[in-house]
Design a protein around this ligand. Structure first.
Ligand code: CAA
Length: 260
């Protein structure tokens, strides 16, 4: 599969997706989103891939938002459709079986911050900048920001960031729990790969079931969420890797996963 706006690389069980639209600091239009949707399907079906890392091509930007030039001419039904499509693609990303790490290498504004929030884990470079600047453009966040930001950092902080259109640096993003770790720019990818490799060492189906239980459970009441956890726990116990993992512990050896 060839892409105009994405670069996909694969190494040692890790897929790297670079959002690559240098002339617009990797801003997202419908073409980029469509390619992302295709790539997500391909990578989720690819048995060689265990973890996906998403980053921005170039030194300066992760994603500088939805494409403002593209949206400028759009009417109300067009904007609604664009928002719904972005939400759909990011939800698809969130629902991938495989864990997704955002390696935020620069601007993560508007749709860029929303993309990072749809990933499972966010790592940031020291030079990364986060924000939902939409109200300064006369619009609101439209790719899930009004929903994921309060879930991640709490309603009060999310409202302050959204209403003021304030951009925050990586250290503040870390302080409020928007990102898991902050690294010097030249170490970001190396650290993202290290984290991916740690995940790859675990039982693949158990990681996928954990992801499902956390991602779906977070959107439910506690009793429903606990039932999802029990189901996923049961599913994990039906795998060959459960016998392998527990057998390896008892026999004091390293497990050799079968992904079954
Ligand atoms: N859409 C379209 N083009 C964009 C863009 C965007 N979101 N962000 C940057 N660009 C383009 C600029 O227009 C510029 O193009 P030209 O060279 O053709 O003029 C090029 O990228 C470089 O940008 P700057 O010259 O502005 O670079 P800078 O370093 O001075 O500033 C920046 C960088 C602070 C990120 C600034 O570009 C900026 O504020 N961008 C807009 C950020 C933003 O508001 N994002 C939210 C978009 S709305 C949204 O995302 C809605 C949603 O939720 C769905």
């Amino acid at each position: 599969m060839t892409y105009q706006n994405l670069i996909i690389e694969k190494e040692d069980g890790i897929a790297l997706m670079y959002i690559n639209r240098p002339k617009a600091l990797n801003a997202l239009n419908a073409d980029v989103l469509k390619e992302m949707a295709q790539a997500i399907d391909v990578l989720d079906d690819d048995n060689e891939v265990r973890v996906l890392i998403i980053t921005g091509a170039g030194e300066k930007s992760f994603v500088a938002g939805a494409d403002i030039v593209w949206m400028y001419e759009m009417d109300q039904p067009g904007c609604r459709k664009f928002s719904a499509y972005g939400e759909y693609v990011f939800r698809k990303l969130e629902r991938m079986e495989k864990p997704v790490i955002a390696a935020v290498n620069g601007f993560a504004l508007g749709g860029g911050c929303e993309l990072a929030m749809a990933c499972d884990i966010r790592l940031a470079s020291e030079v990364a900048l986060f924000g939902q600047p939409e109200v300064g453009l006369g619009i609101i966040p439209g790719f899930g920001g009004t929903q994921r930001l309060p879930r991640l950092i709490g309603e009060g902080r999310a409202k302050e960031l959204t209403y003021t259109a304030n951009n925050i640096k990586a250290d503040e993003a870390y302080r409020i729990g928007l990102v898991n770790h902050v690294y010097p720019a030249d170490q970001l990818m190396e650290e993202a790969k290290k984290l991916a490799k740690k995940i790859i060492k675990q039982a693949p189906l158990a990681v996928a079931y954990s992801k499902h239980a956390i991602t779906v459970g977070m959107q439910c009441d506690l009793d429903t969420a606990m039932a999802i956890e029990s189901d996923m726990f049961g599913n994990s116990c039906a795998t060959e890797d459960k016998s392998e993992g527990m057998g390896a512990f008892i026999e004091k050896r390293k497990p050799s996963w079968k992904n079954k």
